[in-house]
Design a protein around this ligand. Structure first.
Ligand SMILES: [Zn+2]
Length: 289
């Protein structure tokens, strides 16, 4: 009987899923980064996304249940400019000492975050970031994110370096062609203003010579005073489109759209499909008269 039990024990151990699958887990902060990892790693790596769909990456706080995947991850690819990433970094020291934390914004020239402009501003709920974190929404910055991602994956999983290298080359070519397409579509655009609820297109605007104006101030709903300023500006610059991301309440944007005789367009900056989303944003900007 004892031998039989020993035999059973050996069989059970042998049938455990391979440890390897656990090691090949990569964590990213937001969903578009999973697209970047998938482009470079194909299906060689499992990707754990920290901010779930519908949540804001600006004020996210990690659930206790997510710590398990963090503990199993070999690499954490951060955007590098999100405040929740800093807060989490300290907690992780005790949970996963081996974790390689990579700042994907390294090498990017960051745009300064918005300042509090209004009197009596309530700072308690403001999630102010020193720099604009929306770096993945412009091809120029996306190429740097891709490069940082590639280098980190190569260092973390050297056994797959050759595959990563080939895929990375193709991904950079894809980013270049997306960028060329955006340039072509925006070339004849005469009104180069973007009016947007949450300022996600700062880097995009910088790359393609557009002017972004945000309704939201420092992560907060616009005050009546700010709204009036925006209406005046929209009339002055002949802006008739207000961009809003799908997670946000459209009420303010619709009210403003009525006042300027325009319309609200919904974009999805946290979409997994980076290429499709950039094309969609571009088509909507290009459709502005
Ligand atoms: Zn944002």
């Amino acid at each position: 009987m004892k031998n039989y039990l020993y035999f059973l024990f050996v069989v059970l151990i042998a049938c455990q899923p391979k440890q390897k699958a656990d090691q090949e887990l990569v964590t990213v902060s937001i969903l578009p980064q999973k697209y970047f990892v998938d482009q470079i790693a194909g299906d060689l790596l499992q990707v754990n996304v920290l901010v779930p769909p519908g949540s804001s990456p600006h004020n996210y706080s990690i659930l206790p249940s997510q710590m398990k995947d963090m503990a199993k991850s070999k690499v954490w690819l951060q955007i590098g400019l999100l405040t929740f990433e800093d807060a989490l970094k300290d907690k992780l020291a005790n949970i996963n000492k081996e974790l390689s934390i990579v700042n994907c914004s390294a090498g990017i020239d960051p745009i300064a975050g918005s300042e509090c402009e209004e009197e009596g501003h309530d700072h308690e709920h403001a999630h102010h970031e020193a720099y604009d974190p929306h770096i993945w929404l412009a091809p120029a910055e996306s190429k740097i994110i891709a490069q940082n991602t590639f280098n980190a994956l190569k260092a973390g999983f050297p056994q797959h370096a050759a595959v990563f290298e080939a895929n990375y080359g193709q991904f950079i070519a894809k980013i270049n062609s997306v960028s060329t397409l955006i340039e072509q579509k925006l070339a004849s655009l005469t009104n180069r203003n973007i009016l947007i609820f949450h300022p996600t297109l700062g880097y995009y605007a910088r790359q393609y010579g557009l002017q972004q104006t945000a309704l939201e101030l420092d992560g907060k709903e616009p005050s009546p005073k700010h709204m009036k300023g925006i209406v005046d500006l929209a009339r002055e610059r002949n802006i008739r489109v207000i961009f809003i991301q799908k997670e946000f309440d459209v009420e303010n944007a619709q009210q403003l759209a009525r006042e300027i005789g325009g319309e609200v367009m919904i974009i999805d900056p946290l979409d997994y499909d980076w290429e499709k989303q950039l094309q969609d944003i571009t088509d909507k900007i290009a459709a502005q008269k």
